[in-house]
Design a protein around this ligand. Structure first.
Ligand code: HEC
Ligand code: HEC
Length: 237
């Protein structure tokens, strides 16, 4: 009798002892680095993981702020603007003109995110997560122009901006109306392409029609000047 109970209690003790390392993590025995890593893992935004998994990074770069070619930087924009544009591009509501290679500007993105059978590779919820994450990421760094603008050109650009753009895109192009895009610090080639697509009424989605009258009479030189000026505004300041 005595022997059996001893045996049982030993077994219980043994199993308890074995079980401990399986489900109790003792923070004291973990190195502080391991603890920090655990915390970081927990905090990693699902939008960030999706941004990598859905290959957005290949075209828009790290954190959405290092686009390739004439592609847009997509970080630090209003969350709603980002989500709407992704959906509009994927649904075909937003299209673009043809680039110098003869490809419709939105085609790289639809090509990556829509299967050949026309199925979306991304859900609305995933778009929401990515948009939420991108909206919190730092804006792109300014890419200096090959030939910096002269003081006179900057004065002329500021004047034109104030007259034609400021009402919606805000002071210094930094404080747009609610859910409108920030155009300061955007990729210069992308700004030129978009303003032309708006001028030619190729971009028709969202509230863009309100911009039509403002760009209707802009010349190529004025668009170039505005894009140069806007691309050099440093959003980190
Ligand atoms: C193969 C390249 C490519 C991939 C992959 C790609 N994009 Fe794009 N994206 C583009 C291009 C090019 C444009 C601009 C289209 C235009 O000029 O009309 C664009 C436009 C956008 C815009 C609109 C930007 C603005 O300022 O209006 C957002 C937002 C965006 N992409 C987010 C994403 C996200 C998020 C992913 C991943 C789920 C993604 N893109 C994957 C190429 C890509
Ligand atoms: C009456 C309001 C209004 C004015 C004025 C205006 N815009 Fe816009 N602009 C918009 C709206 C709205 C959008 C985004 C449309 C959407 O939500 O799809 C936009 C989008 C843009 C985009 C595309 C941004 C991106 O990330 O794709 C650029 C570039 C731009 N505007 C430049 C300009 C410039 C340059 C001027 C002045 C010549 C100007 N806008 C004047 C309303 C305006």
């Amino acid at each position: 009798m005595k022997k059996t109970s001893l045996l049982i209690s030993t077994a219980v003790m043994a199993s308890a002892f074995v079980a401990v390392p399986n489900f109790v993590i003792d923070p004291i025995s973990m190195s502080s680095q391991a603890v920090a890593e655990q915390v970081k893992k927990k905090k990693r935004h699902p939008g960030k993981r999706l941004y990598m998994r859905k290959t957005c990074m290949a075209c828009h770069g790290k954190g959405g702020a290092r686009p390739i070619q004439n592609y847009p930087s997509v970080s630090a924009q209003p969350e709603k603007y980002i989500a709407t544009q992704i959906k509009d591009i994927l649904s075909g509501k937003r299209v673009g003109s043809k680039d110098e290679n003869g490809n419709v500007r939105t085609a790289p993105m639809t090509g990556s995110l829509i299967t050949s059978e026309g199925k979306l590779r991304i859900s609305d919820d995933e778009i929401k997560q990515i948009a939420n994450w991108l909206s919190t990421q730092p804006p792109a760094k300014v890419k200096p122009l090959e030939t910096p603008l002269s003081a006179d050109q900057i004065t002329a650009a500021k004047k034109l901006y104030k007259k034609k753009c400021r009402a919606c895109h805000g002071k210094g192009a930094l404080k747009p109306l609610k859910n409108y895009p920030v155009i300061a610090g955007q990729n210069k080639a992308y700004i030129i392409a978009q303003v032309n697509d708006v001028k030619n009424k190729i971009r028709k989605n969202g509230k863009i029609k309100s911009m039509y009258p403002m760009v209707k009479k802009l010349t190529d030189d004025q668009i170039e000047l505005l894009a140069s000026y806007l691309s050099q505004i440093d959003r980190s300041k």
